[in-house]
Design a protein around this ligand. Structure first.
Ligand code: 0PR
Length: 370
């Protein structure tokens, strides 16, 4: 409704508080891949609210944070000479990675419509990318929810410009056999993108986790989202490329800005989530992140054991902290999600403690006994 004279600050804020109370309380949400932001993330975010990395020459301090965050991830993913950029999250990163792969294909004078092979479990952002970029999406079969390299090799042809693999799948928390798929990509000289939006900030902190990073020859790009397991504020994504010149493929001229080219999808870009990511990673350090991630994995195992003890079996044993169970009635007030296969899915982010898990299991037991 139009409001000609404006309202007092307290009135507007009280209204906002009331509206915010209608959102689901985090303590009942078991379905979100976005961890609650760490307190230092919130403070850092508010310090950098007016910054715009779309015109980095005006925010040279903030721009150094972007470079430091990228460098931190290149170190974590074992390729210090690679390049990268900050995005708004997994969707933008996936679109940009595929934009590079399809453009490379067209520039190499293969004028036929390119195709991209994705696992059946791929996030729906790849369908968005296919619509935007006009490539054909080929879906590879999976073995126990992991991409099957044999089927991928059957799907490859001369117009295949990219293989997408997932490290920490949205629905079942599985990691594709990245080394096998990277070998295939290398053999056929195809771009290989690893979607580690969720798993990229889990797997490096686990002992004996499946490999997915730049230490594998043939991996061309990796995306990871600090706004998921990185406990940063939304929107915060990172896209990394093995070769710096991948940037050039996407560059356009920006004649009147402080920097003369841009390879990002968005123009105006918030510096606040970059500061937030920087703050969490530097505050916790590798050891602090490892402690939190290992606790999440322990809680995932605990959840699975406690549910199986009341007769509700796991759908799979996950590689990361996503627990899936055979269908059962969901008690109030818990919010879970369902996979396309009908299983019940929970993401065990840091705020899902053993006490919360116990409450859920007790409520499920009561409801399913009735
Ligand atoms: N890649 C993977 C493997 C993902 O799981 C997701 C998002 C993306 C890419 C896309 O990332 P952005 O959403 O950051 O662009 N996975 C979650 C999902 O769609 C996102 C999410 C988070 C959904 C919290 C709901 C929610 O409450 O399930």
């Amino acid at each position: 409704m139009q409001n000609r004279y404006g309202l007092a600050e307290e009135v507007v804020l009280a209204r906002l508080e009331e509206i915010r109370r209608k959102d689901t309380p985090p303590s009942t949400i078991f379905s979100s891949m976005c961890a609650q932001p760490h307190p230092i993330a919130v403070r850092a975010h508010s310090m950098f609210l007016p910054t715009n990395l779309g015109d980095p020459g005006l925010f040279q301090g903030t721009a150094t944070l972007e470079a430091e965050v990228i460098s931190w991830f290149l170190d974590l993913f074992q390729c210090q000479d690679a390049g990268g950029c900050i995005t708004s999250g997994g969707t933008e990163s996936n679109i940009q990675a595929l934009s590079i792969a399809t453009r490379q294909h067209l520039l190499s004078k293969k004028h036929m419509r390119p195709n991209v092979i994705v696992p059946a479990s791929a996030h729906f952002s790849f369908e968005k990318a296919a619509r935007l970029l006009g490539f054909e999406l080929r879906v590879a079969r999976e073995e126990t929810h992991r991409m099957d390299p044999e089927h991928v090799s059957e799907l490859i042809d001369k117009q295949t410009c990219c293989i997408v693999t997932v490290a920490g799948s949205t629905e079942y928390g599985m990691v594709d056999p990245v080394p096998d798929l990277a070998a295939l990509a290398k053999e056929h000289e195809i771009f290989l993108h690893v979607d580690a939006a969720f798993g990229g900030l889990v797997l490096p902190f686990l002992k004996e986790a499946p490999r997915f990073d730049f230490s594998i020859d043939g991996v061309s790009s990796i995306c990871v989202d600090p706004h998921k397991m990185g406990m940063s504020t939304i929107p915060s994504g990172v896209l990394l490329f093995r070769e710096q010149n991948f940037f050039d493929i996407l560059s356009v001229d920006t004649p009147y800005l402080s920097k003369k080219t841009s390879f990002h999808l968005t123009g105006t870009r918030p510096g606040a989530p970059v500061a937030s990511t920087y703050a969490v990673l530097h505050h916790l350090g590798f050891d602090g992140m490892q402690e939190i991630v290992q606790q999440c994995m322990e809680n995932t195992r605990y959840f699975i054991e406690e549910m199986e003890a009341i007769g509700i079996m796991r759908a799979v044993t996950p590689d990361v902290n996503v627990a899936t169970f055979h269908p059962h009635n969901i008690p109030e007030p818990w919010v879970v999600s369902h996979t396309r296969g009908g299983d019940v899915r929970m993401v065990i982010t840091p705020h899902i403690t053993c006490e919360l898990i116990d409450s859920y299991v007790t409520d499920v037991k009561k409801l399913n006994e009735k």
